[in-house]
Design a binder for this molecule. Structure first.
Ligand code: PMP
Length: 392
């Protein structure tokens, strides 16, 4: 009815493929969801308590636009300690409303209309729309399980034009769980230096790296000056609902992001910032505890997929397994819909993350071991049933 008021930008924006799937699952009872991309843990009590205390003490006003200085100092210390990277808390650290806002600000601060941003796919569903909303043009590079979903330098070089501004990377990756190790990052860095490109690196799953220490591309030689780091508290600290993240980068870029932030958002939630301060100061044992659980679940679910006959590469981080379902003969959407209706297990069809995700499903293992075991039992049944009807 009120359609005529809508902007063409809003009209052209496609609804998220993940949402459509959740709407299907929402009306059903007894569904085990391996669909959602968020921790099953509740934020640790000491973090919640610190926020409650801040309210009791009357911290209910706006904070400084870039965030509480003590929090920015802790964030700066975190990157100095973990990655030997130095960011000035006064001008190179910005506290954002989740990593989501950090990504949006980074893109809006650097992309002119018509400029291109290279995105490694399969990728998190927000990247393409966020680039488009800024007037930019996303240029996807598709990667496959055969190369562990790592982009090659040649593929990136090939995608660069005279309109390319930046490359977006995500490690550990949603949806594949792939961790870009030092040598993969160096390949990307070499092209970015050669072609004078910026890198926007989404490190939201950095604390959920299981097999090796996470490397930030910003820490490679000559990269700090051309990298915007996006990170946050949602995943590692199990704080999705708090909506708190941060961005780090060279001061001229961070100051441009701050300008947009102060006009559009003022500042991130004061209460959440007090919790985040406690998280960085005293939350590390809980992070290690959750990481240990995710790692155990990852090993279990990947082994189970392999035993079912689905090939599944070992994801080095995040909390997603991305098995291939090509051997079933179903498309990703068919597989996910049938599995939901026949066995009441919700997974996300891989094609929503880009064409190279077709033939895969994304299964989040941020669920209790009991839930995972039941989901595996149901999937085994599903695979066994369909393999007798349609030989793989
Ligand atoms: N980046 C990636 C890769 C994600 O998976 C998510 C959450 N699903 C985000 C960013 C957004 O995180 P936040 O809750 O901090 O906005």
């Amino acid at each position: 009815m009120s359609n005529r008021f809508l902007s063409s930008t809003a009209k052209n924006l496609q609804p998220s493929g993940i949402r459509r799937f959740f709407d299907l699952a929402a009306g059903m009872e007894g569904v085990i969801s391996l669909g959602v991309g968020e921790p099953d843990f509740v934020t640790s009590w000491k973090i919640r308590e610190a926020s409650i205390l801040s309210l009791e003490e009357g911290y209910t006003s706006y904070t400084a636009n870039p965030g509480i200085l003590s929090l920015r100092k802790e964030i700066s210390k975190y990157y100095r300690t973990k990655y030997s990277l130095s960011y000035d808390p006064n001008s190179e650290v910005l506290v954002t409303v989740g990593a989501s806002q950090g990504i949006d600000l980074a893109i809006r601060a650097v992309v002119n209309p018509g400029e291109e941003v290279i995105v490694i796919r399969p990728s998190f569903v927000s990247y393409l729309p966020t680039i488009e909303l800024a007037g930019g043009i996303p240029v996807p590079i598709e990667t496959t399980a055969e190369t562990d979903f790592r982009p090659t330098a040649d593929a990136i070089r090939h995608a660069v034009t005279d309109r390319t501004k930046a490359v977006m990377i995500c490690s550990p990756s949603n949806p594949t769980g792939t961790v870009l190790n030092q040598s993969s990052l160096q390949e990307i860095a070499d092209v970015c230096i050669e072609k004078d490109l910026l890198v926007i690196t989404d490190e939201i799953y950095a604390e959920l790296s299981y097999d090796e220490a996470h490397v930030s591309i910003a820490s490679l030689s000559k990269m700090r000056e051309r990298t915007i780091v996006i990170n946050g508290f949602s995943k590692g600290f199990a704080m999705t609902g708090w909506r708190l993240g941060f961005a780090l980068g060279p001061d001229d870029i961070l100051q441009a992001m701050l300008k947009i932030h102060q006009y559009t958002t003022m500042c991130a939630s004061t209460t959440a910032q007090h919790g985040a301060l406690e998280a960085l100061r005293n939350g590390w044992e809980d992070v290690a505890h959750m990481r240990k659980h995710y790692q155990r679940r990852r090993n279990y679910i990947v082994r189970s997929f392999q035993e079912m006959g689905l090939s599944c590469h070992m994801p080095g981080g995040a909390f997603y397994a991305f098995p291939s379902i090509k051997s079933t003969g179903f498309s990703s959407e068919e597989f996910a819909e049938k599995l939901l209706h026949e066995e009441k297990v919700a997974v996300v069809p891989g094609n929503v993350f880009g064409p190279s995700g077709e033939g895969h499903i994304r299964c989040s293992y941020a669920s209790s071991m009991e839930q995972l075991q039941e989901a595996v039992r149901r999937m085994e049944q599903f695979i066994a049933r369909h393999s007798t009807q349609e030989p793989f």
